[in-house]
Design a protein around this ligand. Structure first.
Ligand SMILES: NC(=O)c1ccc[n+]([C@@H]2O[C@H](COP(=O)([O-])OP(=O)(O)OC[C@H]3O[C@@H](n4cnc5c(N)ncnc54)[C@H](O)[C@@H]3O)[C@@H](O)[C@H]2O)c1
Ligand SMILES: [Zn+2]
Length: 366
């Protein structure tokens, strides 16, 4: 097992926490018992992950006298909303969960984001533990404390920063993950290489087949390196007042794609891959990177089985959807662009003819 620590400085209580990464660690309750002093916990999962891992996990906890309340949500990005959030509150209240009853998220990023937001607001904040079961959640969404839900007018628009007490990433759970979901997670792994680690980008290029084959030690290496990057960025800028925005590479376009195509039709990682190509095309037209760089990025996504051509929504629709994006400041749209493979920057001055050109020439009818 490997452990990465997220070191968060705080004026009051310490908020640093471990990310444990390894095969079969779901059945190692000692990683969690420190946080389960009340001997009671609520476990939030969904109708897909529940049948696979919930009883095994509950049995492990029960063997250490921890009683758990299961809360099983419908599965899907389209359920990341108020109604589903309320199902969690209903269950927590019905079972009289208290202020020191931890809530454990067992699932992918949707379950993690919903559960984290519930934990942030139930009784004004209760302990929260992430047990991510998708690659995307293990390398990205379970770390860093962003929680929330979607609104019909925009993705992740309602939420809170709320850090977990621990993250337990059991890589064995990835065995049951559909290929398409695995590839979507790889998009976020590639993102860390693109924004801040050229050597890691090269490592992914040379290990992409093994990653797709789910070779355990390679997966663990990729997850650990990704979590180290995420931890470093979050440590430096927990509330996204600066460099944390770089983690949104490809996401401004990506969120527009997800929203326009209907939540859940394009997976988040797929939209990020196609969105990153648009960001790279803009960067290239701004004279920041070369055409060879764009090709290199595109080739890696293609090898990873990810989409590289964004749907043609028309520039107006893209701009409208992106105007709702959180990265708008004082009316100016800010983009995350690439200065190099391994170096991303925030840019506020993209001329609109370049945007229109990229959104027209680099997209195709869906
Ligand atoms: N909070 C953050 O910082 C952050 C970062 C990135 C993404 N996100 C959010 O994460 C969400 C995407 O997360 P995701 O990609 O994990 O999607 P997801 O949670 O929808 O999971 C993908 C699918 O895989 C299933 N699944 C999960 N674990 C499984 C397993 N071990 N075996 C078989 N099936 C399994 C799920 O039930 C679901 O059908 C988006 O809502 C996105 O906005 C949040
Ligand atoms: Zn993302």
């Amino acid at each position: 097992m490997q452990t990465v620590t997220v070191n968060l400085v705080s004026t009051s209580a310490p908020r640093s926490y471990p990310i444990h990464i390894g095969a079969d660690i779901l059945t190692q309750p000692e990683l969690l018992l420190d946080y389960l002093g009340q001997k009671r916990a609520a476990i939030v999962t969904n109708t897909t992950v529940g049948p696979l891992y919930l009883e095994k996990f509950r049995a492990t906890l029960a063997a250490h006298d921890v009683v758990s309340v299961p809360i099983v949500l419908p599965d899907g990005e389209e359920y990341k909303n108020w109604e589903t959030l309320n199902l969690i509150f209903d269950a927590l209240l019905t079972h009289r969960c208290e202020r020191n009853t931890p809530i454990i998220a067992l699932g992918g990023g949707v379950v993690g984001d919903l559960t984290g937001f519930a934990a942030a607001s139930y009784l004004r904040g209760v302990p929260f533990i992430q047990v991510p079961t998708t690659l995307l959640a293990q390398v990205d969404s379970s770390v860093g404390g962003k929680t929330g839900i979607n609104h019909p007018l925009g993705k992740n628009m309602i939420g809170a920063f709320y850090q977990p007490q621990a993250v337990v990433a059991d890589t064995s759970t990835l065995d049951t993950l559909p290929d398409r979901e695995l590839r979507a997670g790889i998009a976020e792994v590639i993102k860390y290489g693109l924004i801040r680690d050229p050597a890691f980008f090269g490592w992914i290029e040379s290990h992409i087949e093994l990653l797709l084959e789910r070779e355990s030690s390679i997966l663990i290496d990729a997850i650990k390196r990704s979590c180290q990057h995420k931890a470093e960025v979050v440590e430096a800028d927990e509330r996204e007042s600066g460099m944390r925005a770089l983690l949104n590479l490809g996401h401004t376009f990506g969120h527009a794609i997800e929203n326009a195509m209907g939540y859940g039709n394009w997976l988040h990682g797929e939209a990020v891959a196609a969105g990153t190509i648009l960001a790279a095309e803009v960067s290239q037209r701004m004279g920041m990177i070369g055409e060879g760089d764009v090709d290199r990025i595109r080739n890696l996504y293609v090898k990873a089985g990810l989409p590289v051509i964004a749907p043609n929504l028309g520039p107006e629709k893209y701009l409208h959807l992106m105007g709702l994006d959180k990265k708008v400041q004082g009316g100016k749209m800010r983009f995350i662009l690439l200065e190099d493979i391994g170096r991303a920057v925030v840019h506020a001055g993209v001329p609109s003819p370049i945007l229109t050109e990229v959104l027209t020439e680099c997209t195709a009818d869906a």
